[in-house]
Write a protein of this length. Structure first.
Lengths: 136, 122
């Protein structure tokens, strides 16, 4: 069972870039050493919607983790909590969502195929946008 | 034993001026239980206005947006009022499952300071 997570965290705006890169690589290595894959994306400085730790801006970083076992994320969160520069973080579990999206995509694909082959489609649960009029 | 008009409470001083006997006149189409089902989206009268305004469509169903992510602030901000509150479904026309996902995403975005809890997004 492969779980996938997204961890988004905010770092103080006055953090130097190489420290940020060091932090990200530490997190990524902790993930890969536990047997998962990690991908990071730095969004850059953004204005915050409210004051967090007396700052109005922050550097947003997104970390996408794939791996089995909740211990990976536990470790990442622990590191984030300990790091002083990180002022906020949120972890979202994304594998159920991705599964649902896959299912919807598959249903849509299969529906497109049946309409393309111009057979009378049996009871389809959703009203799709099919151009082929099957008037019974 | 009575023929057609029977008032079950005979001497009770019911304040009705006319048509007291028949309980079936359209004394108020409130709730749409009147003899005429669905006067149309104008509403039969001003009193029964609550029932359906021009049918709003769910934006997500129309554009087939399946995943509502907490990260796309621009999409989420359309469903948030000036005060920061989530606008109710009856105003935006969103369907229930999408409203649930939307509200979950808005709450996640609020937690990560992408949307404010209260007040304008400065």
């Amino acid at each position: 069972m492969n779980r996938s997570y997204e961890v988004m965290f905010i770092v103080r705006p006055d953090m130097p870039e190489e420290d940020l890169n060091k932090l990200i690589s530490t997190l990524e290595s902790s993930v890969t050493s536990a047997g998962g894959t990690a991908k990071s994306e730095v969004w850059g400085k953004r204005r915050l919607a409210y004051k967090v730790a007396k700052f109005h801006e922050g550097i947003f970083v997104l970390l996408v983790i794939e791996g089995s076992g909740g211990g990976i994320v536990h470790e990442v969160e622990r590191r984030l909590r300990v790091t002083e520069q990180v002022i906020k973080f949120i972890t979202v579990r994304t594998d159920e969502e991705l599964k649902r999206l896959e299912k919807i995509k598959k249903i849509r694909e299969s529906r497109k195929k049946t309409s393309a082959s111009a057979t009378v489609a049996p009871a389809v649960p959703e009203a799709g946008t099919e151009p082929a009029p099957t008037t019974v | 034993m009575a023929d057609e008009v029977k008032t079950p409470t005979a001497p009770a001083p019911v304040g009705g001026t006319e048509a007291r006997g028949e309980g079936r006149t359209d004394r108020g189409d409130r709730g749409g239980r009147g003899p005429r089902p669905g006067g149309g989206p104008g509403g039969p009268r001003e009193g029964g206005r609550k029932y359906f305004r021009r049918k709003k469509v769910c934006k997500f169903c129309v554009e087939k947006i399946e995943a509502v992510n907490y990260k796309d602030v621009r999409l989420l901000a359309q469903f948030v009022a000036e005060s920061g509150k989530i606008t109710p479904r009856r105003l935006t026309g969103v369907c229930t499952p999408h409203q649930r996902r939307l509200s979950k995403a808005i709450k996640q975005a609020r937690n990560i300071a992408l949307l404010p809890f209260a007040g304008r997004a400065q």
